[in-house]
Design a protein around this ligand. Structure first.
Ligand code: COA
Length: 218
C-alpha cells in the first residue's frame, strides 16, 4: 500500500515542476486528495454500497472542487492539477498516467444511454477547460488542447484543438488544415458571370437594332 502511495506521489512530482516535496503533494494537493477519495468511493461502489460511495465522492467534491463519480474506472498515476471544476462521469474510463487540468469535463452529450462518457488511453493530457463529451476513445499519448471541445474519437499520439476539436498533430507531424489548399483568389463569381452574359446579350441587341435602323436586317 505504501509502495503504491509513493508511486502516486512520485508520478505527480515528475509532472508538476511546482511540487516541492511528497509531503506538500500529500497534504496540500486537492487533485491528489480527490483521487484518493475516489479510490475509497469506488471500493464501496463495486461492493454495491452506492449510497456510501456517493457520500464520499460528494464530500470530496465539497472540499476539493473536483467531482469524480465513484463508478468511473481510473488507472494508476492520474494527476489532476489545480483541479477546481473537474467533472468525471460515471462511465468514464481513464488509463494509466493521465494528466487533467482544471475545468475539464469528461462527460456525456445527453444523447447516449449506458456508456455515455469517454475512455482515455494511457498518458493522455487534457488541457484546462477542455470538454470531452461522448462514449468514444481518446488514444494513448493524445493531447487535448486547453479549451477544446472534443466530440469524436482522437487517435493515438494525436493533438486535438479547437471547438469542435480537430486533430492538428499526429505522431509528431503537423496535419494540414482542411482549408490549407483552398484557392482564395480564383473564387467562383456567379454574379459577375451573369453580368457578363447580360452585357453580351445587350451588345447583340444593339447590333440587331443598328442593322434594323440601316434597313440591312430586313
Ligand atoms: C495543445 C498543446 C498540448 C500543444 O500540443 P502540441 O502537440 O505541442 O501542439 P502545437 O503546440 O505544435 O500546436 C499545434 C497547433 O495547435 C494550435 N494550438 C495549440 N494550443 C491550442 C489551443 N489551446 N487552442 C487552439 N489552438 C491551439 C497551435 O497554435 C498550432 O497551430 P498552427 O499549426 O496553426 O501553428 C498546448 O498548446 C495546450 O493547449 N496545453 C494545455 C496546457 C494547459 O492546460 N495548461 C494549464 C496549466 S495551469
Amino acid at each position: 500500500m505504501f509502495r503504491k502511495l509513493k508511486e502516486e506521489l512520485d508520478s505527480i512530482m515528475e509532472r508538476d515542476p511546482a511540487a516541492r516535496s511528497r509531503l506538500e503533494v500529500y497534504f496540500l494537493y486537492s487533485g491528489f486528495k480527490a483521487v484518493r477519495a475516489y479510490r475509497r468511493a469506488n471500493w464501496f461502489y463495486r461492493h454495491d454500497m452506492k449510497f456510501i460511495a456517493r457520500c464520499i465522492s460528494q464530500r470530496a467534491r465539497h472540499t476539493t472542487g473536483i467531482e469524480i463519480h465513484p463508478g468511473a474506472t481510473i488507472g494508476k498515476g492520474l494527476f489532476i492539477d489545480h483541479g477546481m471544476g473537474v467533472v468525471i462521469g460515471e462511465t468514464a474510463e481513464i488509463g494509466d498516467n493521465c494528466t487533467i487540468y482544471q475545468g475539464v469535463t469528461l462527460g456525456g452529450t445527453g444523447k447516449d444511454q449506458g456508456k455515455r462518457h469517454p475512455t482515455l488511453g494511457d498518458n493522455v493530457m487534457v488541457g484546462s477547460g477542455a470538454k470531452v463529451l461522448g462514449p468514444f476513445r481518446v488514444g494513448n499519448n493524445a493531447r487535448i488542447a486547453a479549451g477544446a471541445v472534443v466530440l469524436t474519437e482522437v487517435p493515438d499520439n494525436a493533438t486535438a484543438v479547437g471547438v469542435p476539436a480537430r486533430v492538428v498533430r499526429l505522431n509528431g507531424e503537423k496535419v494540414p488544415s482542411p482549408c490549407a489548399n483552398l484557392d482564395q483568389i480564383h473564387v467562383a463569381d456567379p454574379i459577375g458571370d451573369r453580368l457578363s452574359e447580360l452585357e453580351e446579350q445587350l451588345q447583340d441587341l444593339q447590333l440587331s437594332l443598328e442593322m434594323f435602323e440601316n434597313g440591312s436586317g430586313i
